[in-house]
Design a protein around this ligand. Structure first.
Ligand SMILES: [Zn+2]
Length: 258
């Protein structure tokens, strides 16, 4: 009988948990191995498993609490082909924000055109998105632009809707959460994803109405949904379907290393 050292799972994976073969295969493909494949411990998990996290552009290896790092290492080794294939699929579905690519602005695809100048703000004109500065800064500049526009667009809509129901918004936060389009805290802080600025305007307006309606109803009751519909001209059920079908696509735009 062979006895393995029963190492118990600790919170941080040891740096050598990843098999050397996998690490070098990932590096060869241009990935940072420990960013491309991460381990998550889950006490409810029954077995080791892998999944492709398209939004975060990485592979997640789920480890039950009872499993050892040795098991994780062996499993990752066995699944090397799966891991590489799925990373390639993620890369193929992604759009690197840069010259010549199309990025939707309020639902309309706009072609990214470098102005060739060093200075100048990002401008959206017609079907084009003009960007200045060095090519390596284009992605960040476009992202900052979309984020700023999202803040402007979402803020006035949120304030206008909150006024209609006599509620106060404490603060509006614009971020890049991976699991939700918006949220509302008990203190009246509304948070939104800047990626909403890539969605059609009626979808953005629905999300704003949804979070503002939470200032009144902190649940998803009937009263909540009817208030939500009152606060927007968009068709709420159509919007909800749209986010289910199309929402994930808005996460395929990324600006490389940020
Ligand atoms: Zn909600």
């Amino acid at each position: 009988m062979i006895f393995f050292k029963r190492e118990k799972i600790k919170d941080a994976p040891p740096p050598d948990w990843m098999p050397a073969g996998l690490a070098s295969a990932l590096a060869e493909e241009g990935y940072t191995p420990h960013e491309a494949v991460i381990v998550r411990q889950n006490s409810r998990a029954r077995r080791l498993s892998l999944r492709a996290d398209v939004k975060k552009r990485r592979i997640v290896l789920t480890l039950p609490r009872s499993a050892t790092w040795l098991q994780a290492r062996e499993f990752a080794q066995q699944q090397q082909r799966w891991i590489l294939r799925h990373l390639t699929e993620i890369a193929e579905q992604s759009v690197v924000i840069g010259a010549g690519e199309y990025v939707p602005v309020l639902g309309v695809p706009r072609k990214i055109v470098p102005t060739g100048k060093l200075r100048g703000a990002v401008r959206c004109e017609g079907d084009y998105l003009y960007v200045s500065g060095a090519p390596e800064h284009h992605a960040r500049r476009i992202r900052d632009y979309l984020r700023g526009e999202a803040r402007r667009e979402i803020s006035w809509r949120a304030r206008e809707k909150a006024d209609r129901i006599g509620k106060k918004i404490t603060r509006i936060r614009i971020g890049d959460p991976h699991s939700r389009w918006g949220s509302c805290s008990a203190r009246g802080v509304l948070s939104f994803s800047w990626r909403l600025y890539m969605a059609p305007q009626e979808m953005l307006d629905y999300v704003v109405a949804h979070e503002v309606a939470h200032l009144q109803h902190m649940d998803h009751s009937r009263a909540f949904w009817s208030l939500c519909q009152e606060l927007t001209e968009s068709d709420v059920s159509k919007c909800r379907k749209w986010f289910k079908m199309e929402g994930a696509k808005l996460f395929s735009y990324y600006g490389g290393v940020s």
